[in-house]
Structures are given as structure tokens and as C-alpha cells.
Design a protein. Structure first.
Length: 188
């Protein structure tokens, strides 16, 4: 059974979302200066996304998927790529994008597929997967996560491999790591 977590959720105004988006290095701004092998110019975010689309998308089930979507938008800056509503205020399927990456999620269901999933809260906090999000400003993302009810698993820290990062659980217990580490960058 799902545990209700809506008390810890807070919606952002559209102006706050725009500010978060700008901090995240979203469309209209430059993400990490990246030279593609087949071009000699630095590409803006919207062109990078067109060239590099992820083929691996973590999926999640949430008891309150609409609230989870809002939380993910407000904390990490995800954008709604597609959201298909289900009956009774549920989400049948949602695709949220962030700088060329994507996750998919939906409302928890008691059907053949849904019975294969459990919320971390239903398993005493045990999780079998996590996601890492590359952010431009880890300290700002950490502050937003804590402000919006995240449980801190690993506080913000500087790592020996050059990343500023943290790990939190969202209001339904799913783990999220975020930091400045770019696994696509050349490693020394």
C-alpha cells in the first residue's frame, strides 16, 4: 500500500521554474562547452539534445505520481516531455526530460506489471536502483531538494574524482544522486 507524502511537496511558480532552468543550463543557454567530432563549433543546449538522446531511461512507480512530477521539476528542473493521465487523478505514463536525458514514471497500480514493483517505503527503505543527474550547480540542487522534503542520504560533498555531489531520497523514498561529475568528459 502506498504511503501518502503530499505534505512535504511544494509547488514552484513559473518564474521560479524559469530561474531553476537557467541555473541548470537549459535551452537557450550553453551547457558544458562541447565540441562534437564532426563540427568545429560549440553547440547550445537545444542542439546538443538533438544530437545526443539517451537510450537508457530509468523508470519509476509512484503512489502520487502527479506530486512526484512536480517535485522532480521543482528540485532538478525536469520538463514534461509527455504526460498521459489515467483514471482518478493517476498518471498512466509520463516522460520527463532533462538536458537530453529522460526518465519515465507512472502511478503505482495493482495489475500484472504493477505487482512487480514496490516503493522503497514498502521495503523498509531498500531500493534496487538509483539515478544520477548531472547538474551545473550541485549546491543549489541540494538546497532545493532539502527544502522540498528530501531525506539526505549523503550530504553535499566534494569527491576525489572532481565532482560536487549528494544523494537524497524523494518524498516517496526513491534515491537520487546529483552532482557536477560528467561521465562523458575525458578522464585523466
Amino acid at each position: 500500500a502506498c504511503v501518502q507524502h503530499t505534505a512535504r511537496m511544494r509547488k514552484f511558480s513559473s518564474s521560479e521554474r524559469v530561474r531553476i532552468s537557467a541555473q541548470q543550463g537549459r535551452a537557450g543557454t550553453m551547457i558544458w562547452p562541447l565540441l562534437l567530432p564532426f563540427t568545429s563549433r560549440i553547440l547550445p543546449a537545444e542542439e546538443l539534445v538533438a544530437h545526443f538522446k539517451t537510450t537508457v531511461m530509468p523508470t519509476f512507480r509512484y503512489c502520487n505520481a502527479p506530486a512526484a512530477i512536480e517535485w522532480l521539476q521543482n528540485v532538478f528542473g525536469f520538463e514534461r516531455h509527455a504526460v498521459y493521465e489515467g483514471p482518478n487523478g493517476t498518471i498512466a505514463h509520463a516522460e520527463l526530460s532533462l538536458n537530453g536525458g529522460m526518465i519515465m514514471l507512472g502511478s503505482a497500480k495493482d495489475d500484472e506489471l504493477g505487482r512487480l514493483f514496490r516503493s522503497p517505503d514498502e521495503l523498509s527503505g531498500v531500493e534496487t536502483r538509483s539515478a544520477y543527474i548531472v547538474v551545473a550547480d550541485a549546491d543549489a540542487a541540494y538546497s532545493r531538494a532539502v527544502e522540498r522534503g528530501a531525506t539526505v542520504v549523503r550530504p553535499i560533498q566534494q569527491t576525489p574524482y572532481g565532482s560536487r555531489e549528494f544523494m537524497v531520497r524523494d518524498p516517496e523514498g526513491h534515491s537520487w544522486s546529483a552532482g557536477t561529475y560528467d561521465p562523458w568528459a575525458a578522464h585523466g
